[in-house]
Design a protein around this ligand. Sequence first.
Ligand code: P1T
Length: 386
Amino acid sequence: MPPSDSRGFRTRSIHAGQYRDEATGSVITPLFLTSTYEQPAPGEHTGYEYSRSGNPTRAAFEACIANLEGARYGFATASGNLATGTAMFLLKAGDHVVASDDLYGGTVRLFDQLFTAFGIAFSYVDMTNIDNLRGAMQSNTRMVWVETPSNPLTKIIDIVAAAEIAHAHEALLAVDNTFLSPAFQRPIELGADLVVHSTTKYLGGHSDLVAGVMVTDDDALGERLAYISNALGIIQATFDAWLSLRSLKTLDVRMKAHERNALSLAQFLSDHDKVQRVYYPGLPSHPQHALATRQMSGYGGMLSFDIKGGLDAARRVLQATEVFTLAESLGGVESLIEHPALMTHASMPQAMREAAGLTDSLIRVSVGIEDIDDLKNDLENALAHA
Ligand code: P1T
């Protein structure tokens, strides 16, 4: 059951899990830079004994993000990849995972290069046709891994349907919610067991930290993740947790600004004669636009497009922008542009990229919250170089 907090999303993002320093009345939750805590007697403690197991600043961030996802348990990690990797420790040798076919390249690398060595097997299927998921389930499938919208092709997967299929096979459904954040999508309310984020992206929002988080509303899963988290020591640095908590306060405001600009740029690019195809779930031409509208409360700030002229044209455009910075990552207030095949998804085998539809002419844009005219002019000028 999600927490019975009837306050609005913005109120919760500013107040949930947060507290003042009692001695000073500080309006902001204190930054507790301490590794350990005085115990009144051996084996007795205040609830905090050592910061690998728990830290009050990190706990505030974990409580707030869990609340925003409609859940009770949050576990902040040192990176988004570590959130994904920690979720794999819920499995054991011999288990099988069905994952969606368009994923952050680092996720595929983690699965195929690290966890296969521990005897976990992975299948990748295009879950935009949910029958492909049904067909890929095996007797040993213990987890379904979904990224929706996917990185970078913005494929949308039906979370309710994926949860039904996973649960019918006694498998967990994990959703990477990095592209939308709980401001626009709450997978746990749709039946997912576990949500992971790269906090580096929209939750952090300012391109100044690398971090991740896992969220669940299931008691047994929460207990297990707390155990694994402490045993492995996956924790997010306390200062990063404090920054992330600060950033959650403006999450909803930022997401709406990202979306407004992204929708406008998606329309602009769709009409541009140098552009072959635009991938943005907010466009009626997106193949899963109806599902996106039903499942999400906003379309987000991420879009990709295929440029006419292939890799050479893409390279020229990427080197010609001035407001958009050529860089990996996404979700910050500043606009970024990148080439997935050469950058964020270079670690994915070429055959897998091609099977998912990720071409060499694909350019990905993380639309920031600058003035829209400056963003349009910058892309217009860059596209002239295509
Ligand atoms: O970079 P890190 O905080 O470890 O997060 C990994 C990660 C997980 N999930 C998704 C959907 C992601 O996009 C990422 C990281 N992605 C990029 C760095 C990128 O530019 O796509």
